[in-house]
Design a protein. Structure first.
Ligand SMILES: *[C@@H]1O[C@H](CO)[C@@H](O)[C@H](O)[C@H]1NC(C)=O
Ligand SMILES: *[C@@H]1O[C@H](CO)[C@@H](O)[C@H](O)[C@H]1NC(C)=O
Ligand SMILES: *[C@@H]1O[C@H](CO)[C@@H](O)[C@H](O)[C@H]1NC(C)=O
Ligand SMILES: *[C@@H]1O[C@H](CO)[C@@H](O)[C@H](O)[C@H]1NC(C)=O
Ligand SMILES: *[C@@H]1O[C@H](CO)[C@@H](O)[C@H](O)[C@H]1NC(C)=O
Length: 373
């Protein structure tokens, strides 16, 4: 037992130094390489030192000559964070001494566990398998793992690079915002993941074309047609992409889009109509010359979203003339003139656009309810 400890005392620093050299010599982490391949000539002297040292030690200990049969693969192993990694190493029953190393640490020397990490254990099958199992793999487990197999003649190593992947996760995204038209807006979407996730933006309008932005989406002088639901997607092909949304409301002052004047004979119901677009939704007022109109005897003002209708139940001679529709919100005001014409005055009663039939029917039915016709 004492001799056993002494061997470790020499072997560990020796191996430590060698692996430190290897790591330092290969940029981007140690990758697959064969210690016997022609591509490893620069490391030849390291191996020479290694072999000499280890051979000396094991020779000293007096192990018999044994053959080695281990997995040749020196590939990357890709594993998702939280999963269990099994890094395989196969030996045959003639092997003298085996060890698992992680970077510059010894994890297992034979069956002796050196690592203090409770997630780490060995998977053995008789004497033929000497695999390393790491449960609940985390990002700091990423790196090279070496199964070191010793014989008197030829120590060999099997090296695997463990790549730990983490699904994309958006941890911070802009809050929903309301801005005025013309403002500069920056939306942010910050995500973690391994490999680094790619972040893409779309405005979920019918075309939903990808927008030019990554973590930050800059919108210079935002227009009303750029309002809506923005989708931020973080993807790294590890799992389904993470998606978050930002609602952007763009305020703008009213614009009167449609007006409808009326040509109504005395005794009939006259209807004037006015439609405005605005965010926030506009408020409407009606004026007869300078006088504000309200729901009084014979006059009814209806507001249906962005449209307002002025109904005069029983048109008289005095009602003919100029009316004004005023649409306003906190960003501005716009007004338009409409006319109630005497029939035969030959005026074009249409405003800037026509009223759709369905809307017209809806308004007519409202009027009917109001005037109990
Ligand atoms: C291992 O992964 C690295 C990137 O981490 C890559 O450059 C290399 O080609 C991979 N090697 C193999 C054998 O897949
Ligand atoms: C590998 O080594 C690092 C330190 O270099 C350590 O933090 C990590 O837990 C080790 N992994 C295993 C599986 O032992
Ligand atoms: C918006 O950004 C543009 C270009 O960066 C700049 O010229 C403009 O002054 C900015 N407008 C506001 C309101 O900050
Ligand atoms: C309309 O007004 C005139 C005059 O004020 C009145 O004679 C008539 O009865 C009214 N018609 C209706 C339907 O109220
Ligand atoms: C109608 O009234 C508005 C507001 O009083 C006025 O600005 C406009 O000139 C008038 N239009 C006509 C044709 O009289």
């Amino acid at each position: 037992m004492q001799r056993h400890l002494w061997i470790h005392a020499v072997w560990i620093p020796c191996v430590t130094v060698l692996f430190a050299f290897q790591e330092g010599s290969l940029p981007g982490g140690v990758q697959s390489f064969s210690i016997w391949g022609p591509d490893t000539m620069p490391y030849f002297w390291i191996h020479t030192a290694w072999i000499t040292g280890v051979t000396f030690l094991f020779g000293f200990q007096g192990f018999p000559v044994r053959s080695v049969d281990m997995q040749r693969a020196t590939d990357n192993i890709t594993i998702r964070q939280g999963d269990t990694a099994i890094i395989r190493c196969y030996v045959d029953d003639k092997v003298s001494k085996v060890a698992w190393l992680n970077r510059s640490n010894i994890i297992f020397a034979g069956q002796d566990k050196w690592s203090l990490d409770p997630r780490v254990d060995l998977v053995t099958k008789g004497q033929l398998e000497y695999s390393l199992r790491i449960q609940k793999v985390d990002v700091y487990d990423e790196g090279s793992y070496t199964c070191s197999i010793q014989t008197k003649q030829q120590p060999k190593t099997s090296q695997v690079y463990l790549i730990v992947q983490v699904p994309a996760n958006i941890y911070k995204v802009s809050e929903d915002i309301t801005v005025n038209e013309g403002s500069n807006v920056t939306l942010s979407c910050l995500a973690t993941g391994r490999p680094d996730p790619m972040i893409t933006w779309r405005l979920l309008n019918p075309s939903a074309e990808p927008l030019d932005g990554e973590e930050y989406l800059d919108i210079i002088g935002i227009m009303r047609n750029q309002a809506g639901r923005y989708e931020c997607k973080a993807s790294n092909d590890v799992a389904t992409p993470d998606v978050k949304y930002v609602n952007v409301v763009v305020n703008y002052p009213p614009t009167i889009k449609k007006t409808q004047s009326s040509e109504t004979p005395v005794g009939r119901m006259g209807t004037l109509q006015c439609e405005a677009v605005a965010i926030p939704t506009p408020e409407f007022e009606w004026y007869r010359d300078e006088k504000r109109l309200s729901n009084t005897q014979g006059i009814n003002i209806q507001i249906l979203g962005t449209t307002t209708v002025l109904m005069i139940a029983n048109v008289t001679e005095e009602d003919y003339g100029n009316y004004t529709c005023v649409a306003s919100n906190r960003l501005g005001t716009q007004s338009a003139s409409l006319f109630l014409y005497r029939p035969g005055s030959g005026r074009d009663i249409s405003g800037s656009a026509c009223v759709s039939h369905s809307l017209w029917l809806l308004l007519a039915s409202f009027a009917c309810l109001f005037f109990k016709c």
